[in-house]
Design a protein around this ligand. Structure first.
Ligand code: URA
Length: 279
């Protein structure tokens, strides 16, 4: 295959991947078209492509695979939430919020957790990161973002921005590990949301960085397509909010473009925090 054709195919594939990711974020599934049944004794044209290596690659890349361009609407499961009254007074500290959370049994996620993962970092941080929910390592250690995605996030904060991780504050929209690391369901996120709102109110960061679609959707109160809105300033209750890609997504799609996108977003967030006077 000549180099020009190969480059064109690569560019086409990259564009299709981006497009599919956006469809997936919008809650649109692409349904595979049933392959035409080969006539008896006729070789199946798809058979030769299903090698063991291709199978492994498919398992390692759990992304939507489209074989049809027909979009199928999936029942939406928005994380768009109602305003919840906080169960603690204005001016409450992180300790007050933690105390109010208690030995939480308010939703089903409590049943599978080892421990609550409340948050980590400087209670007076200028930068606050909001992720989705604890994974296995976080559940084991009781700290957010300490697994593989956390290592990437920590490296970006420490090596990239040059800020010790202990200087920022990190929290999640849910404080207990969802089974199999699935995305928190709307009712779970809603039940937990007063505590995240309370954490933000207590920390009063200069800038919030929302990691991925669920955190961004929750904080903005509407369902968003993260690849479309990342890198653009938004506002959460008067605080500038920068949506960016979730580090787990970047690990799954470890492209230069994704890494650069997150890096640009973090730099913009850090610069905005530096130029914002303390109150
Ligand atoms: N670890 C977390 O604490 N949150 C995430 O969203 C992902 C991994």
């Amino acid at each position: 295959m000549d180099a020009e054709l190969r480059d064109e195919l690569r560019a086409g594939l990259a564009a299709a991947r981006r497009w599919l990711a956006e469809y997936a974020e919008e809650g649109i599934e692409l349904r595979p078209v049933a392959p035409a049944t080969p006539a008896p004794n006729e070789p199946d044209p798809n058979a030769a492509e299903t090698t063991p290596a291709a199978d492994d690659a498919a398992k390692a890349t759990p992304e939507p695979v489209a074989t049809s361009s027909e979009p199928v609407a999936r029942a939406p499961e928005p994380l768009t939430l109602l305003e919840e009254p906080a169960p603690f007074p204005p001016g409450a500290s992180l300790d007050d919020v933690r105390e109010a959370l208690g030995d939480c049994q308010r939703c089903r996620l409590s049943e599978g957790r080892t421990q609550i993962v409340f948050g980590d970092g400087n209670p007076q941080a200028d930068l606050m990161f909001v992720g989705e929910g604890p994974g296995a390592e976080e559940d084991r250690r009781g700290l957010p973002f300490v697994g593989r995605a956390g290592e990437l996030l920590t490296a970006m904060i420490e090596k990239g921005l040059g800020i010790p991780r202990s200087e920022v504050y990190i929290a999640n929209i849910v404080k207990c590990r969802p089974p199999n690391n699935r995305t928190p369901l709307a009712d779970e996120a809603q039940t937990c949301s007063p505590y995240l709102h309370g954490q933000i109110a207590a920390v009063q960061p200069k800038v919030i960085i929302a990691l991925g679609k669920p955190a961004t959707s929750l904080l903005l109160g509407r369902d968003v397509a993260i690849t479309r809105i990342r890198g653009q300033w938004h506002e959460y209750r008067g605080i500038p909010l920068m949506p960016t890609l979730h580090p787990a997504f970047v690990l799954r799609q470890y492209t230069e473009a994704n890494r650069r996108a997150v890096w640009e977003d973090l730099k913009a967030a850090s610069a905005k925090a530096s130029e914002t006077p303390s109150t």
